[in-house]
Design a protein around this ligand. Sequence first.
Ligand SMILES: CC(C)(COP(=O)(O)OP(=O)(O)OC[C@H]1O[C@@H](n2cnc3c(N)ncnc32)[C@H](O)[C@@H]1OP(=O)(O)O)[C@@H](O)C(=O)NCCC(=O)NCCS
Length: 141
Amino acid sequence: MEVRPARDAAELAQALKLRDRIFCAEQGVSAGAERDGRDGEALHLVAVDEGQVLGTCRLLFGDHAAFLGRLAVDAAHRRRGIGAALLREATEHALAVGARRISLHAQLDVCELYAGVGYVELGEPFVEEGIDHVAMEKALA
Ligand SMILES: CC(C)(COP(=O)(O)OP(=O)(O)OC[C@H]1O[C@@H](n2cnc3c(N)ncnc32)[C@H](O)[C@@H]1OP(=O)(O)O)[C@@H](O)C(=O)NCCC(=O)NCCS
């Protein structure tokens, strides 16, 4: 299993297909919200095994900060550490571009995943796309 930036258009297409399957088909997020127009400026990370993208997330970069989103792992391959490995890889890339923190909106059900790699909750839960979320942040510097 390799966890790294998507290498080419074919890997990115697999990652976007995985997101469609998980966020739209599995979780009921609208296609318009899932494809919010920001993929072109994002760094897309993938977990790849034998040519198959089994997990993905994306990083958007702002002023000394990174925003992580669209973390998704194929349902048949969950609880094997792929999500946590993607988060660790994201930290490396955010550090490399000088980000001082990574922020994200965590689905409440899975905030333990983020807490396990150093994210802390900020403020009260809120609803996004019909799903309970909480803002979380990891300080890098
Ligand atoms: C959330 C998701 C990305 C986790 O991926 P994963 O590869 O299964 O996660 P990991 O195996 O790295 O999990 C690491 C730890 O995070 C926590 N965790 C992961 N999934 C969890 C869940 N569904 N509920 C509670 N804790 C969870 C556990 O502590 C886990 O350690 P353990 O397996 O030893 O108990 C995956 O379940 C998924 O794609 N879900 C649908 C999309 C989604 O909800 N994305 C998150 C948007 S904020």
